[in-house]
Structure formats: C-alpha cells, structure tokens
Design a protein around this ligand. Structure first.
Ligand code: MTE
Ligand code: MO
Length: 556
C-alpha cells in the first residue's frame, strides 16, 4: 500500500546521483521497501559483474598473470580454514575447485546484493563499498606470486566501470520511485491527472532493461576476456610440441596380466586425462621452459641452478609409479598409475652436496605450495625423480608442466610438488611445508590399501557367479596378498594380477557364488613385509585414511 511521502534525509541522499536535486520534496523513494530493496540488490549484482568482467577483459590485454577472479579465488583459498578445505576435498574430490567457485560466486552475489541496497539507501556508503571491493581485488591480485604492480590496472579500471554502472542503475531505480507532481493548478484533464501521480519518472521496465543489458554485456566481456587469455597463452602449444628425449634407463617391461580379470576394474595404467588432480592452484601455472629454473640450496656445499635444457641433457630414467593422495578416503579414487620420465633427484642432490645434519628437502612450486620430503628417501634407490614426462608425453599443464617431483612410496602432499622451482636442503626441525602448517603430518608414507571397484557399493547383481575386483597398493613394499570376506565368512584369498614393481599398484579379482539377498563384501591387503592392512579406521587427517573397505550389494 502506498503511504504518504515526506522528504527525508535519505531522499536528499537519493538526489546525489540524480539531476532532480532541486525537488527533493517530490521523492517517494524508500517508503515501500520490499520492491526497491530487491531491485537495489539486483543493481548491486549487475555492478559487481561489471567490476569483474571488465577487469577480466582488460586483464586479457595485459599478461593476465593473475586475473581478478583467479586472484580472488586464491585469496579465498588462503583464508579458507583448513577444516573446510579438507571437507571440500573429501566431499567434492577433484571437483573441489568447482565447489570453491560456486561458494565464491554465492558469497560475491550476496555481498554485491548488500552493496546495491547500501548504495540505494546511502550513495556515499555504496561508493565506499565499491572502493572496498576494488581494494580487496587489487590486493589479492598484487599479492599473488609473480605478479607486478601494473597487473593491478585491470582491477582498477574494472572498479571504476562498476562504480559507473552502479551509479546509473541506482539513479534509475530511484527515479522509478518518484512521481511527478499532479500539477493540479494547471487545470489538467482529470483523467490525465489521475494517471500522472502513478507514472514514475523512470519506468521499472527501463530499469530492468538497463540491468539486463549490463549483465549481458558483463557476460560477453568476461567470456571475451577468457577466450582472449586462452588464445594468448602459448605455453600449452609449447607443451604440445615438446620433444622428450629417450630415457638412458627405460622402464622395466610391464609383465602381461597386470590388469584385473574382473570386468570394470580401472585400467592398470591411468591415462593422463583420467589421472586425478589435487592441488591448491586455481589457475594452472603457465611456465615457459626457457624461464624455468630449479634452485637447489640450503644446507649444501654449493648452490646449484638447473635449467630445463640441463634436464633434457641429463641421463633420464623412466619408471611406472603409482601416486596417491593423503586425502583419499578408504575405497576412494585419488590415486593413479603412470609412466614417468625424469632425472633422479639423487643426482641433482649430488651436484649440490647436502651437508651433515640435513634430513629434509623442502620443495616449493612456482605458486607457493611446498612439501617436506625426507632427504634419504630422495637419495635411495627408489629413484625419486624430477619428472618431465608422463605416459610418453610432456607433463600435462595441470600435472606440473614443465617439471614436477615423483617420489615412490610417499603421499603427494609431502613429495609430489608440481611446477617445482626450488629445493631447499634443510631439517624437519627448521621448516614446515604447506599442509604441515595446516595440521597435516610432516611425513607421509603411503598406507597399505585394498580397494573394491566392482561391484559398486549398493549395486544390485544377479545371483550366480559375480566377479569382484579392484586395485591394491603399498608403494615400495608391494602387495603380496588380497583377501575378501563375504558377510561374516572366512577371509579368502583373491587372485592377484601380475605385479609390475613394488612402486606400482597391483590389481586383483575374486569369483563369488552369490546367493540372493543383501550381502557385505570386505577386502584387505597384505604388503611385502607380511603386514596385513590394519582394520583401525582413521580419517585422512593427518597422515592418511586406514581401515577395511566394506560395501553392501543386493543379489537378486
Ligand atoms: N604445486 C603443487 N604441487 C602439488 C600439490 C599442490 O597443491 N601444489 N598437491 C600435491 C598433492 S596433495 C598431491 S596428492 C599430488 C597430486 O598430483 P596430481 O594432481 O598430478 O595427481 O600433487 C602434489 N603436488
Ligand atoms: Mo594429496
């Protein structure tokens, strides 16, 4: 219902962005809150879209080392409490980044909506809000690694554009809330006079059109910016055309029969495209091989710097290694097996000469991730390497191009640094790695694990012979036995597929005569030392999940 309007201080505020400031008494804005409030929120959202999309587009013309959205996301990650990160990885797995962007989008939408409402009520506060938003974006851009002060320009321009958009939209919105005077003195036709008070100075339709156009233009600008950035990136092309040298020591031949005979078990060799990806990098770092350099320093006799050419010229080795993520839950799929090509880290360390007392190497990526790896693990005969090749290709960008670490037997968070640029020989007592600072362990040997892949949990299977199968791993110790238990029956040995090496996973299968009804399937592995996988349940934090996988199937 319309209430009588009085000039309020807020009406004064309204006129700031409004040419009609000589007639403050004629404003009606704000007496009906629900409608204009929602529309003001909409204006705020459109203005925020302008800020980000314009910055994204302008950024594409610069080198776009850290575009605002990516930089904001990274800052978001940095400020996300570790329990929430753990939760995201546990819940969304390799979709954790999508989840992050959705979470970020919801937060930005909410803040932008509030900003619109604030701007509508008090323009000066709205300006302050937009400037604050701009300051946050600029700060997160310039605090990213490898970014220069000039990289702030796109965000500054975006903020200015967003401010203008907000001003236009809020001004229009205020005008939808004003009515011209009925002007009764001029002897207007009573019919017209009756209409006039209800005709706003600006129609809602015009406001919606302007908001819609703003949003659409933002979408076009953002898409254009993304496409332009992608086209300007030549790192992907350079990676595609990189010729890998032949290894001086090729991988041992993979024996026949490594694949489980149970249909539906994952391929023994994981294709690059299917390899799980876990990292804190929102935008995959793009490194030119010409610019890549690895610094080996710390407790060493001489500091060493390696170029990519040095790696190409070195005696390279090749081996199959299964990587596993510490965040992998029992039965989870954050593990993969690939053929890696690289230089033994042992040889690199030899060049630098580690000093007595050193017991750890802190490896750091170009984007600031770090891992602490025991020095002796990098020197023993497990052939930890600085990898440049994965399954016969250069490393995919998201798996660490041009150089990453691959260390058999350790979870990725303490060993598998992608986009690695720095090795500091140090002591566990002196340095803490990225995840160790966030409550995870400083060391991470991989725990023995048997995974059931077929049938799937809660599957319905026909009675009769059912093939159960899966993959087990205990890198550096090897798998010597997998056993299956149906319901509370005896533990029965599964058929092991051929073993390639003790640093690769090993598959298995088990023929089951299934009788109708619900059944529970459990599996456990025994490693090369004779130790049976523990049934002690443990969460991934701090050093990896444990326990026997148990799943229910219905036999019909
Ligand atoms: N630079 C960088 N390297 C990293 C990480 C990271 O966050 N940043 N995550 C590590 C973790 S936790 C794992 S499990 C492996 C995963 O390697 P992948 O993505 O190639 O499977 O990379 C490791 N290397
Ligand atoms: Mo991991």
């Amino acid at each position: 219902m319309e209430k009588p309007s009085t000039p309020t201080p807020r009406a004064e505020e309204l006129s700031i962005g409004n040419p009609d400031r000589t007639q403050p008494g004629k404003h009606r804005g704000g007496t009906r809150l629900s409608g204009p409030t929602a529309l003001a929120a909409l204006a705020g959202v459109a203005a925020a879209a302008v800020v980000l999309s314009v910055a994204e587009l302008i950024g594409a013309f610069f080198t776009a080392r850290a575009t605002p959205v990516i930089a904001l996301g990274s800052t978001f990650i940095d400020f996300t409490p570790s329990w929430m990160k753990d939760f995201a990885i546990a819940t969304f797995g390799t979709n954790d980044k999508l989840a992050l962007f959705v979470g970020m989008a919801v937060t930005i939408l909410a803040l932008a909506g509030v900003l619109g409402i604030v701007a509508y009520r008090k323009w000066a506060l709205g300006v302050a809000g937009v400037l604050l938003m701009g300051a946050v974006i600029v700060t997160s851009v310039v605090t990213r690694a490898g970014v220069q002060p000039l990289d702030a320009i796109p965000s500054l321009i975006g903020t200015a554009a967003g401010l203008m958009a907000l001003r236009v939209l809020i001004t229009m919105l205020r005008r939808t809330q004003q009515r011209p005077d009925p002007e009764p003195d001029h002897g207007v036709d009573p019919d017209l006079a009756a209409q006039d008070p209800h005709r706003p100075a600006t129609s809602r339709r015009a406001f919606f059109a302007a908001t819609g156009i703003t949003a659409a233009a933002s979408a076009v600008a953002a898409t254009g910016g993304r496409l332009l950035s992608a086209a300007r990136s030549n790192v992907a092309q350079a990676r595609d055309s990189l010729q890998l040298p032949a290894p001086a020591k090729p991988a041992p031949a993979v024996p026949a029969g490594v694949q489980s005979s149970a249909p539906g078990v994952t391929p023994w060799l994981t294709p690059n495209n299917d390899f799980y990806r876990i990292d804190t990098a929102l935008s995959v770092p793009e490194i030119n091989v010409q610019d890549w350099e690895l610094r080996i320093h710390g407790l060493v006799d001489r500091e060493v710097r390696l170029t990519f050419q040095d790696l190409l010229d070195a005696k390279l080795i090749e081996s199959h290694v299964s990587l596993t993520c510490v965040s992998n839950p029992v039965g989870g799929n954050l593990a993969g097996n690939a053929k890696w090509l690289g230089m033994p880290i042992r040889e690199v360390l030899k060049m630098a000469g580690p000093r007595d007392g050193a017991d750890m190497v802190l490896s750091t990526s170009i984007d600031g991730f770090s891992a602490s790896t025991p020095l002796e693990v990098l020197q023993d005969d497990r052939d930890a390497m600085l990898a440049i090749g994965m399954n016969g290709e250069a490393l995919p960008l998201e798996h660490g191009y041009p150089v990453r670490m691959v260390v058999p037997g350790l979870y990725g968070f303490v060993s598998a640094t992608k986009w690695v640029v720095d090795l500091e020989v140090t002591r566990f007592a002196d340095s803490k790695a990225y995840w160790t600072q966030r409550g995870w362990s400083e060391r991470g040997p991989i725990k023995t694990m048997a995974r059931v892949e077929v049938p799937k949990s809660f599957a319905k299977v026909p009675a009769g012979r059912v093939a159960i199968g899966g993959t087990a791993w205990a890198q550096t110790r090897g798998i010597t036995k997998v056993e299956v238990q149906i319901d509370n029956g005896p533990w029965t040995e599964a058929v092991l597929s051929a073993e390639a090496t003790v640093i690769t996973w090993r598959q298995w299968s088990f023929d089951w005569e299934a009788t109708p009804g619900p059944h529970y399937i459990k599996a456990r592995a025994t490693d090369g030392t004779g130790e049976v996988q523990t049934d002690q349940r443990a969460d991934p934090v701090p050093d990896g999940a444990s326990g026997w996988q148990s799943l229910m199937v219905t036999v019909e």
